[in-house]
Structure formats: structure tokens, C-alpha cells
Design a protein around this ligand. Structure first.
Ligand SMILES: Cc1ncc(COP(=O)(O)O)c(C=O)c1O
Length: 474
């Protein structure tokens, strides 16, 4: 006989799957459920726990249980197995080709390539108003230089924000930068010299590879699981090998990574911090997608596990608020003095008007409300895109279920060539990011990254399906 709690859970699961209980809506409280179903409190708790285990509801502290979007089950790509080798990087030609093709593309091309959210999902009007008001009332934000470290108001906001995730940053170690890219470059430059090697995920964000190339650093790709991210064990093996000594830094995106959407479990994050400390390897954390989780709780940053300020934490407002503002930051910990000197030489300061406008918008409850909407939209768009892919891509296609963010990593059946697919899709007005962009060794030729930051209109859905059709005729 099916226990009562299981029957109730199955019943509610059916309502969530059919959409009759919408994702994000509040479920009855334990007491209400017990009264509605005429069961004990323990049975009602059991039912809600069973739903939580199936990831169909989430418990929010002091607010109750909320329905989640049912997850599709799809086969996923295996953990990557790159050879433990330090390689010079050469990706800028291929990236330049892609971007120049993108800039001359038909105006109606569907942008599934670059990683950015739908502009309609961003609170641009609030930022416009703040910028216009500040430009009028505080002209020195235009007529003067900003400070080297950037807006104190914005830095204090960042410190308070990370404290919410029990992560301590000191305002004096924070520097505002021109987007996340400048922060990453400063971090690498501060701890590496030409010829050094840097451990990266495999696959990793192609911007990391561009930076390694321009700074004349070698890449060492580390096996990476599509959902739990970089393998700490594999990194340890490389670091203890004879060539491991040339690795001076580990650069990674441990939370909702680009391109996989993987998040390292807390235990792995703690182990990684400890390993890098023991081996004297600088750790650079890219946290750009850190607040785009699909669950209520934001995953902890690596920095949370580091009481000594060894981890250099980098992030930006490009994926959540305003890519065009070009505002990012670095908490440089014990490398602060070196990073300050490098920042001064690189760009003197970051445009103060945008920093203050952002600080205005962030001050208050708008940002949290906005993030709640953005996260829900991202999760829904990703699920819709997965559905389109499952229906229209060739049999044997594998998809990674991201833990947050708006990127989908897709592996086509063996033998597929996504660089060729890229060229054919471009002639049909569809863009995406081919897999080899994300590897120092041109690997992942059968894979691609799709941006699901855009609302799935019939036009976007049509683009996913056109891509699927082209992939079938490879
Ligand atoms: C993981 C990651 N880091 C850094 C960046 C660059 O950020 P920004 O646009 O703020 O320079 C991106 C942009 O796509 C990214 O995906």
C-alpha cells in the first residue's frame, strides 16, 4: 500500500507537472495541508519533504514551501578528461572571427551566442533615471577623475551583500573595475609572470583563455564535471606532478559556471581553498553568476571558506543589471597593494558616474525584487530551451542541467562539428558559441553553448528548432 504522505506528494507533484500549481507559487502550510487532506501533521511534513527531495518544492525560511519548475531529465555529457599538460593558448583569432561575423550579421540574427540576459529583463529605466539625475546634480562625476579604488558607497554595498552569505570582505581590499574582465586581468597579472601556467576548468569561459593568451600564460585544463564543476582531486594530482610546479594560479567560475552552469559543492569549495593554500597557488574566483541561482539560497562563494584573504574574488554587474555599465570589482585580499598599482597603470579609475548610478539603484529593495524575477525568468527560459532541444536536436544529444544562470551546454552526437554548424547556422541568421572556443586545445568540437537569457518568443523558439534541424543534417 502506498503510504499517505507519498500519495499526497504524488498528487501535488501531478499538479505541479501539469502547471495547475504554477512555479513560484506558495503551497499550503504544514497545518493547512494536514487539515485539507485530513491527515496528521507528521504526514503533511512527510509529503512536503518528499516533494522537496524530488526538487519540486523548496522550503524558504520563515515563508513556507514554494513550487519549483519540474526538471526535465536528460542524459548529460561525461566529466571531461583533458591531458595534464601546460599549453600555450591561441584563441583570439577564432574569437575575433566569431565577433566580427557577429558584428556584420543580419540585423535580425538571433543572438544565442554571447552570454547576456534579455534587455527587457533588466531595470534599465531605473538606471537611466539615476544616471540623468546624478549627471545634473553632481557634475564632478563627469568633470573630475574618480578615485582609484572607486565609489565608497558601492564598495560598502558589496561588503554588505557578501556578508549576507557569511562572506567577509574588507572595504579596503575592494577595487571597482571596468567590468569583470579588467578585474580578472588585474588578478592574473598580480600573481603570474609570463610563461607561468594557470589551472582552468575544462571547458572554461573563453575570456579566461583570451586573458591567458594576452598575458603570455599557459593553460592547464583540469577535468570538470558538468554539474559539480572542477575536480579538486584531479587538480591535486596535477599540482603534485613534476610539471605542477609551474602552475601559479587557479582561475575558475565555481558557481553557475560559464559555459557548463556547474556549481561546486561546498565541501569541494572548502577543499579547493585548502589545497591552493597548501600548495601556494593563487586562487581567482569568478563570481559573475553567483546570484543567479534557481533555489532560494545563494551558493557560498569560495571566499567564504577562506579566512585569510587568499582568494581573489571577482564579480561584476554585467549579468544581473547592466552589461553596458562596465562596472565590476575585485576583493584582492593579500594582493591588494599590487592590484592597486596595476589598476592605476591600466586605467587610473573606473567611470564614477556609472558607479554612483549603480549605487543608487542598488540602495533599496529594487535589486532583490529584480533578481527574484530575473532568476525565475532564467530558469523558465532554460527549461523551455531544453524542451525545444530535446524535440528538435538529433537523437543522442546531451544537455547539462545548469544550477543557475542562463547558459546551456549541449553535446551533439559523436562526430558532430559545431564550427561547421556555426557557419551554416550563420547563413540562416542563428548564432551560438561553438565548443572549441572554451578549450585551449580546441576540444569540445561536438559541443556548443547556447544563451538562454532571452525570453523564448516564437522567433527564439524557431531559432532553436532551425539549429536542431541543421544539426540533424550535419
Ligand atoms: C564567467 C565570466 N566572467 C567574466 C565575464 C566578463 O564580464 P564583464 O562583461 O563584466 O567584463 C563574463 C562575460 O561573459 C563571464 O561569463
Amino acid at each position: 500500500m502506498i503510504p499517505a504522505y507519498q500519495r499526497i506528494a504524488d498528487d501535488i507533484a501531478g499538479l505541479i507537472h501539469s502547471g495547475r500549481i504554477a512555479a513560484g507559487s506558495r503551497l499550503p502550510s504544514v497545518r493547512e495541508l494536514a487539515a485539507q487532506r485530513n491527515v496528521s501533521i507528521a504526514t503533511a511534513v512527510g509529503a512536503l519533504r518528499a516533494l522537496e527531495f524530488r526538487e519540486l518544492v523548496e522550503a524558504r525560511p520563515r515563508s513556507g514551501y514554494f513550487a519549483r519548475l519540474p526538471r526535465l531529465t536528460t542524459p548529460e555529457p561525461p566529466i571531461s578528461r583533458p591531458p595534464a599538460r601546460m599549453r600555450s593558448v591561441k584563441v583570439s583569432d577564432i574569437i575575433a572571427q566569431m565577433f566580427s561575423a557577429a558584428s556584420t550579421r543580419a540585423p535580425d540574427a538571433v543572438p544565442l551566442g554571447a552570454a547576456f540576459p534579455d534587455p527587457e529583463l533588466l531595470p534599465t529605466q531605473s538606471l537611466q533615471r539615476a544616471t540623468a539625475r546624478l549627471a545634473r546634480t553632481t557634475p564632478r562625476l563627469i568633470s573630475g577623475y574618480g578615485t582609484l579604488e572607486g565609489s565608497l558607497r558601492l564598495r560598502r554595498w558589496i561588503v554588505a551583500r557578501y556578508l549576507r552569505s557569511s562572506t567577509a570582505i574588507d572595504v579596503s581590499e575592494l577595487l571597482i573595475t571596468n567590468g569583470g574582465m579588467e578585474a580578472l586581468q588585474l588578478a592574473l597579472h598580480a600573481v603570474c609572470a609570463p610563461g607561468d601556467a594557470v589551472a582552468v576548468e575544462s571547458p572554461c569561459y573563453f575570456g579566461f583563455l583570451q586573458l591567458l593568451e594576452t598575458l603570455n600564460l599557459k593553460a592547464c585544463e583540469i577535468p570538470t564535471h558538468p554539474r559539480s564543476g572542477l575536480s579538486v582531486e584531479a587538480l591535486e594530482r596535477v599540482l603534485t606532478s613534476p610539471t605542477g610546479r609551474t602552475i601559479k594560479a587557479c582561475l575558475l567560475c565555481p558557481t553557475h559556471s560559464n559555459p557548463l552552469g556547474a556549481t561546486m559543492p561546498d565541501a569541494d569549495k572548502a577543499a579547493l581553498v585548502e589545497l591552493c593554500r597548501r600548495r601556494n597557488v593563487a586562487l581567482i574566483e569568478d563570481d559573475l553568476y553567483g546570484e543567479l541561482q534557481y533555489t532560494e539560497r545563494r551558493p557560498l562563494p569560495l571566499r567564504h571558506f577562506d579566512p585569510h584573504g587568499e582568494v581573489m574574488l571577482v564579480s561584476a554587474f554585467s549579468k544581473t543589471l547592466a552589461p553596458g555599465a562596465r562596472v565590476g570589482f575585485i576583493a584582492a585580499g593579500k594582493h591588494t597593494e599590487r592590484v592597486r598599482a596595476l589598476k592605476f597603470a591600466a586605467s587610473v579609475s573606473t567611470a564614477p558616474l556609472m558607479q554612483e548610478a549603480l549605487a543608487d539603484v542598488l540602495d533599496g529593495s529594487l535589486y532583490d525584487r529584480h533578481l527574484r524575477r530575473l532568476r525565475a525568468a532564467c530558469e523558465q527560459q532554460v527549461q523551455q530551451a531544453m524542451r525545444c532541444i530535446l524535440e528538435s536536436f538529433p537523437d543522442g544529444t546531451r544537455i547539462v542541467q545548469p544550477s543557475g544562470g542562463f547558459l546551456l551546454w549541449v553535446q551533439l552526437p559523436e562526430g558532430a562539428d559545431t564550427l561547421d554548424l556555426y557557419r551554416r547556422a550563420a547563413t540562416e541568421g542563428v548564432e551560438f558559441a561553438p565548443g572549441p572556443l572554451f578549450s585551449s586545445r580546441g576540444a569540445f568540437g561536438d559541443s556548443l553553448r547556447l544563451n538562454c537569457g532571452h525570453r523564448i518568443t516564437p522567433r527564439i523558439e524557431g531559432a532553436f528548432r532551425r539549429l536542431g534541424k541543421l544539426a540533424r543534417t550535419a
